[in-house]
Design a protein around this ligand. Sequence first.
Ligand code: SAM
Length: 234
Amino acid sequence: MSIVEIKDVLKSGNLAQKILELEFIAKIYESRLWRASRAFSLISGIHLRKEMRLIGSFLNLGGDELVLDLACGTGLYSWSFADSCSGRTIIGLDLSLAMLRFASKSAKSANLENIFYLQADSHLLPFKNSTFTAVNCTGALHMFSDPIVVLKEVSRVTKPQGKLSLAVLRGETEFSKKIELVLRKLSCGIKFFREDEILTMLENAGFRPVIIYSKRLWMILGGIKGVQGQGGMY
Ligand SMILES: C[S@@+](CC[C@H](N)C(=O)[O-])C[C@H]1O[C@@H](n2cnc3c(N)ncnc32)[C@H](O)[C@@H]1O
């Protein structure tokens, strides 16, 4: 990373997104330095592998679905969905070209031909209504400038009875409030969600929500489109 890049990042209004647009970060993102790190597991209380298992079992994908991995980053989830079934088609969408370049390279080197990557903004999804059987959005809702708009867009592109899986930062504790305050001062553009808040947001977007995991600073949730009523724990 050059000094010019670093200055650019520090000047930016949304520090978190600028960081995720750096090639260097895309390269280390999946490593034990970040998403699969011990520090991440300590903060979230759960290892990435377990998070992936919980989401996999909630989505319970069949053979020939069209799945959207929203804000896919380096394609961790796109990969696992595509690798487990070649008849399934995965669209990985993200704003960061650095992340998408990394994702596309890994899919190519693994000969995964059922993943397609796309650069777009989650607030305005370039898909027709009721396109996807399932949408996954992990580690990203807390970064969006308007998560309510994104959830409505997700609902629009999800088929009736289709599923949504989410992993978000959890803001239930004094500790999380302190971190959120520090991040706000740094103009990081990161929010933490309370359980009741995210459940209501999901319901208002047209999903029946369930909490799959909620501990420390991490929450995993599911939603089924077009079914009313709050779901509670999964
Ligand atoms: C922390 S990463 C999560 C990546 C991946 N989903 C995972 O679980 O590891 C957050 C991703 O959200 C993307 N992102 C942030 N804002 C976005 C937006 N408005 N539209 C699409 N992607 C966005 C970032 O570029 C980044 O790749």
